[in-house]
Design a protein around this ligand. Sequence first.
Ligand code: NDP
Length: 339
Amino acid sequence: QLVLVTGANGYIALWTVRRLLEEGFSVSATVRAESKAEVFQELFASYGDRFQWVEVADITKEGAFDVAVRDVDAIEHMASPLPGSTNGNPEEYSGPAVNGTLSLLRSALKFGSRVKRIVMTSSVGAIVRINIPQDFVFDESHWGDEFLQAVKEHGSAAPELVKYRASKVLSERAAWDFYAEHKAQIGWDLVVINPPVVIGPSLNHLKSPDDLNISLLVWYQNIAKEQSDTLLGSTYAFVDVRDVAEAHVVALKKADAGGERIIVCEGTTTWQDTRNILSNLRPEFYAGDKPVLPRGNPDLQRQVLFSYNAEKGKRILKLKYRSIEEITVDIIADFEARG
Ligand code: NDP
């Protein structure tokens, strides 16, 4: 079985490609430029011709994937702009997110005669809302429409995260609409994976923290830098990158995943709680007059404001996700191994 993975040099995608290869799939990987494919040599050369890559320079171009979708049995669509990767125009998020998705789906419609399933990486950004009552529990029935409104009102001045989330709402909707419209003509079904903040060890080449993927960079900044109590007390939901990759692989195999959007999330916590966990597990980082890591405010009152109901994913995919303790220790071990 040959699987096409778009944006295959990305943080989540590299783990996904690795797990696909380990599970016996062959992989055709797309990247935007040849230089982005360098990382593949070291990671996947041992798989020989079970791994190949192709350049798709502009995913928004009509027909961009016409060749790439031929002969593939399934597609994992991961390429999409992340917060901070544009110069702030909302179109720079939504353009590639929506048109990249639609050009891929149109190519699959025309030339993907072997395709049985398309798995798209959306985000809880397409689900979450800001204006919620205390302890609100999000599930797959929710949509982040308020971000569309915010982008409409504020344009480029809207926060990067808001523009990003709007692009995830729009691209996921575009995929579901396309799927509904063409159901009678296609031989594939659609699965959407919605992860929260994805953290855990990286397979990417990293020379400095600047090279970290945005979600791991946020983790690094909130754990390794001085931060305000407001930030440290703020709520975030998390999942390990290896579990998100596993979910993408298993989603290809489970018949009842077809037609579902699936939250893949281990839990919700605060940044201070994460520091507290790390200080219990690795007290040496916080010892002495000049600790390696800032302790923050250990007594900060814990107030987790929302959570995600991830039961559907656990039921369909039958996965157990790594705990925050395991993720935290593994990130630190990864950073240590890189010096
Ligand atoms: P990365 O930044 O590591 O990877 C993103 C991938 O998308 C890269 O291959 C990148 O290519 C490609 N890409 C970005 N912008 C464009 C564009 N304009 N045109 C074509 N390709 C583009 O991010 P992640 O691995 O974290 O993200 C992968 C997917 O997971 C995305 O869809 C993201 O929205 C989603 N996601 C991520 C979460 C997280 O916390 N990390 C949480 C929820 C969802 P290049 O390297 O050339 O820029």
